[in-house]
Design a protein. Sequence first.
Length: 501
Amino acid sequence: MTGERFFLLLTKKSPMTNTLYIYNTLSANKEEFKPLNKDLVGMYVCGPTVYSDVHLGNCRTFISFDTIYRYLMYLGYKVRYVRNITDAGHLENDADEGEDKISKKARLEQLEPMEIVQKYTLGFHKVLRAFNNLPPSIEPTATGHIIEQIEITKKILDKGFAYESNGSVYFDVEKYNQTENYGELSGRKIEDLISGTRALDGQSEKKSPLDFALWKKASPYHIMRWPSPWSVGFPGWHLECTAMSTKYLGKQFDIHGGGMDLKFPHHECEIAQGCASTGKKPVKYWMHTNMLTLNGKKMSKSTGNTLLPEELFSGNNKLMDKPYHPMVVRFFMMQAHYRSVLDFSSEALNASEKGFNKLMTAIKDLPQLTKSTQSSIDVQSLVDSFYQSMNDDFNTPILIAKLFEAVKYINHIKDGKATISKNDFDLLSDKITAFTFDVLGLNFIDKTDESILEPLMKIILTLRKQAKKNKDYTTADYIRDKVSEAGITIKDTREGSTWSL
Ligand SMILES: [Zn+2]
């Protein structure tokens, strides 16, 4: 080794020790990540309310935090990742009035509330598995932590930050704001919040419209209910996350995440509940993911501009040209930073699909590369840039750009336009696979099933086409239904029929 090269190695900082910076919503700044307990990270992410199918926007949040979880572990941290299941039901309008969503759905579908919970929890897990998300370390449920929620309510009452009214318990926001800062996370001022809310009508149980329920007395039609010192009722909207994060991660923990729509009031209320019950600010780094749009417009059920993950995978929708594999969708999501708005469109997904295939092909080609005595580029710097991009607030689009520099290099080596040494080859192989599979959570798409089925499906589609031509719709429908039972979707388009698994 030459002196100069040796000196370079000595002065080059090990990428593992490079500092990780996280954008903290609380300070509106990128901050150096210093866990409260060295090498141990506590992370809490607000999970789904399981009364309907998980939508793509939620998937983006969970995929973003899955990547964050993966990268922290890759850096060597021991991470306890807690993500709850909201199965006690949020109320329709901001926690205080009306029927909870799970009860309502149960009434509409004539089911037990826990049947709804089971159905959509299983569906949620199925979708996240398709996206190759790792399960969290603990996935606690709100209904499994009613006692803890009652205990926190008692504590907040004892400290004088809540009051009982007609069997319900409310958090006293203005009292809390005398010593603490309600609105610190979302940047809201309490005076503005007060002037922006409707005045109470005198019938209200609350002292101020800003006060939120810690415990609600159940009305006669409310199905999910538990006994408490105040009434037979149910916990308020925000309390479960405080109860479960405190129980599993302690009074103070490192990272709390969720979609940006949860910043206010949900997370603001979590801070208030935590401070009021323990005297400590619960979270060091607050992280929020941005929203999804579809063809440039806000996703919305009412306008039909909405897409379920399953519809995206099967191609069974009117908004996209064709089906997209969950790994392509995950890769597409990683091509935007988690704090940026991401727009779903066929055009963008098609481009991602090409990019994804290019990356996977290059990785598959690695073992065939010829090793030389020297490398024609600085492989160490390239690999360092993988870390640097992720250390900059988990900047996955920059990481992917760097991975594509590696792809270009690999392709040049294949074509004899570049060279790589044995050591650099080992380094590059190790890191490109680690960052692609372990950190970004991508995987090869298993084509075997499809390639075996391709000739068979061609025959089946021809027979069905013939049946339709003969106006034998019974046979045509029979083929479609039976094939569907086997997990294959036939889609009829103007150009003919297509199939997907
Ligand atoms: Zn929450």
